[in-house]
Write a protein of this length. Structure first.
Length: 269
């Protein structure tokens, strides 16, 4: 009961033993995680978190939607949202590891349009009585898709990525933006400003609030306050610890962040 609002988990299906793709989170593009890398299905992990809690929200950061058929993804996601009482935040992205797409027999060059089509198809499944879709990558006839999500009108879809095309995609197709990792508050402020300008110019899928979620590994109290002041709604921290040490690090960060004025902490169970 430390007051965290949400928990986010990453997603990969497989990491090839050899690849030349550059990891976007490091300056030289090197992969920062040990090999072999342990991978878990994000929805199964979040289902376990949901079972052990009552209020904390359940997010993906980010889910590689272009690797999945939207009918399958929507069914799993809707199940999690209904059984958790409407706590899902759906963070999606195109992915950077092109060899992962190759391993699954998917042309990595199509991952951008696949993501856009899949997100659009999932919205229809959630919103329409007899949804159907006819796209370049995804096609299905009118289907019966029940139940609908518990979240009204549906779980927010946050589009990830920091490039200008990624920001445009978030505005055009999403209910919000989730960063891919940042280099500082000024970096976030510049992107929030760009998103605000784009939203004034382009009509997105909704006219409602636009969620700004930022992955910021270890922000100071001053940085948290600055992020709030520029319009960030949620900061996803990464303690940099695992095993038994993780709990201590998470508790210490919560105590530090509590000094920030204006931050309203929930009390999840």
């Amino acid at each position: 009961m430390l007051g965290y609002e949400s928990v986010f988990v990453p997603d990969h299906v497989v990491v090839p033993l050899e690849f030349t793709s550059k990891y976007p989170g490091t300056e030289d593009g090197s992969f920062p995680y040990p090999r072999p890398t342990r991978l878990y299905d994000p929805f199964v992990v979040l289902a376990m978190v949901a079972q052990a809690t009552t209020r904390i929200r359940l997010g993906t950061a980010i889910f590689l939607l272009g690797l999945r058929h939207p009918l399958i993804a929507a069914r799993t996601l809707t199940t999690l949202d209904v059984l958790s009482g409407g706590r899902v935040i759906f963070g999606v992205g195109v992915g950077w590891l092109t060899e992962e797409f190759d391993a699954l027999g998917i042309d990595p060059h199509t991952r951008f349009s696949r993501l856009e089509e899949a997100a659009t198809a999932i919205r229809r499944l959630w919103a329409e009585t007899e949804p159907s879709f006819e796209g370049h990558h995804v096609r299905f006839p009118p289907v019966d898709f029940e139940p609908k999500p518990r979240t009204s009108p549906h779980p927010p879809i946050l589009f990830g990525g920091d490039s200008m095309p990624a920001l445009r995609r978030a505005v055009a197709f999403g209910d919000g933006w989730i960063s891919g990792g940042t280099s500082g508050v000024e970096d976030v402020a510049a992107r929030v400003q760009q998103i605000t300008k784009m939203r004034d110019e382009v009509a997105g899928p909704t006219n409602g609030p636009f969620d700004i979620t930022v992955l910021f590994p270890d922000p100071s109290p001053d940085e948290l306050e600055s992020l709030e002041s520029i319009g960030v709604h949620r900061v996803v921290v990464m303690p940099g610890a695992n095993g038994r040490n993780a709990s201590d690090v998470i508790e210490r960060f919560r105590a530090t962040a509590d000094t920030v004025r204006g931050i309203e902490w929930v009390r999840p169970n």
